[in-house]
Design a protein around this ligand. Sequence first.
Ligand code: ADP
Ligand code: MG
Length: 679
Amino acid sequence: MTSYEYLLSDIDTIKGIGNKTAKLFKKKNINTIFDLLWSLPRDFIDRENLVKINELQIGKIQTIVIDVKKYVFPRVRNLPNRVLCEDDTGKLECVFFNSYEGYIKKILPINAKVTISGKIGYYKKKYQITNPTHISSDNNSVKKIFTNYNLTDGLNEKKYYKIINDVLENIPDLKEWHRPEILNKFNNISWKDSILELHNPKNIKRKGFFLNRLIFDEIISTFLINSNIRNNIKKIKKRKKIFGLKPFNSIKKKINYKLTNDQINALEEINRDLKSDKKMFRLLQGDVGSGKTIVALIASLNVIKSSCQVGFMAPTEILAKQHYELAKKLFDKKINVALLTSKTDYKERKKILDNLNKNKINMLIGTHSLFQDKIKFFNLGLIIIDEQHKFGVKQRKKLSDKGGDDCDILVMSATPIPRTMVMTIFGDMDTSVIKNKPKNRKEIKTYSKLDTKLDEIISFVKKQINNNNQIFWVCPLIEESKKIDHQSAIQRYESLKKKFNYKVGLLHGSMEKDKKNDILLKFLNKEIDILVSTTVIEVGIDFPDANLIIIENANKFGLSQLHQLRGRVGRGYKDSYCILMFKSSLSENARKRINILKNTNDGFKISEEDMKLRGYGDLLGFKQSGIQSFRLADPVINEDLFLLAEKEIKKIELEKINIDKYLPLLKLYDRADILNDLA
Ligand code: ADP
Ligand code: MG
């Protein structure tokens, strides 16, 4: 066993951890010894500062020695178990929620003197501690600092402490993977010493070289994998695509606007990739409404003219259909474009698949079903994936492999994310950015309104409808219960229907897919004036006459999400509006956020502010995206370390430093799994 392998061994190999305890750890997603290292003390208790009950301070975490006097175990569900305790100065109650009587009796035996710790509460004129931390039944044991871990039910502090200490004593010395210049920036502290420092109670504030080194390790392991994937893709030799300016000019004639500089630049970057003998693996990033579709379609036509097929995947059926219709409109009649969704009937589907395989279809547009194994292209030359910022590295890589060596890949995302995030999430790809929106695009005017001003909002709504406009009305999900998730939307729908002669529609997540599509189509065809919905409104669809979006309980949404929602309107030439509704007067923080939205329509600026206010993990559900989250690193707080890692990666690439040098790092930080998978 090489030394780092010890850290990767199963938690049950630790002395004193039996099957039962191992299960408890695994429930907390602690599977290996390495995982355990990141289970950090929340706080520490200084046992030298024992206090008496009459000196307790409400709200503080304190440690006391008590005599256990009496159990009160009510036989009524939902009532907590209680234990009455005292010392020579007063009384205190220990309150237990969800704890077994046996456990309580074990840690607090009647008439024993026990040292406990916890946050001091005061209820019905009595001090109490809820779910106290049991420290020892022997108050003469050595007085020392005792760390306070975030415990799993069924594991006691003492055992946990012992296990972690045991592991810390056995941490191997690992061979340094960083270059001396880098190590120097962290005061030459080794990985092992950094971990020991991390667990040292005196470092509870977690600051210093040891922490920065560990953060840097995390970042660089991610970047190394990204760089590796990227370079491996770059090594693939492909058949160059050959095309001239003709396809571009033919489309230019059919659109009634001029491409923006950013669109032209992005197109040039894509064309250069298509024409090269290296496989393209590119992200096209641009805010909602920045005009990515037209760029993708021009690139598609170039590829088709170069005698290859194109697969274009959209996140929803309606968007697929809209892309399909646009392609039909812009492309020459001779070019065969097909649409494949779950709606396509069996016969039609069979025909499409057959023609695709015989090269009679030039471009296939569809939803994710597009890349099933059954679907065989004749010579796929370009895959485009629209609105797929939640695709993880593995999924993207799989897709790239599926197309074969000659197939270029273009991923489009409307989620403007800050650079440190791009480096982390899309570091395996090249990126093109469309920063500026088309010039004729008007700013969406954004207002905030208390929901007591509903009448004013309603009269504004009426005015818009009379001007032949349409309205989105968004209600947030109610998180507490799945059952009533859609209640707010349903209620609003009912009340608006009563108020208006206009046609009101309702859309929410638990409706069937066909029904959802149906409602959206009705809205698109203007059979509905107001569409009340939860946040399920599909991304990317053009509703040219929708010019007002009302968002209820706006403080329930993050900034980026509000910006994305707002982007549903204002895609045409009309004056458009966004009204953010609030329940009561705004907090300082909420006011700050609203002002950011009011002052800018720039998605990049907004996402950066959003990250500062909420942390990166919440940014549009990246946590759920299968992208591994960091244990310590934070793209906002540690921007300098991200930039340092970016520089270091360039150096590693330039000097062709062998990735094997970093193998323990990659293995430990669980990135090698990706590597193995990809190898
Ligand atoms: P997104 O980047 O969000 O996918 P779309 O490609 O759907 O944006 O474009 C949004 C709208 O902007 C479409 O109606 C499209 O026709 C229009 N559009 C695209 N490029 C331009 C441009 N250069 N000038 C004016 N309108 C444009
Ligand atoms: Mg789009």
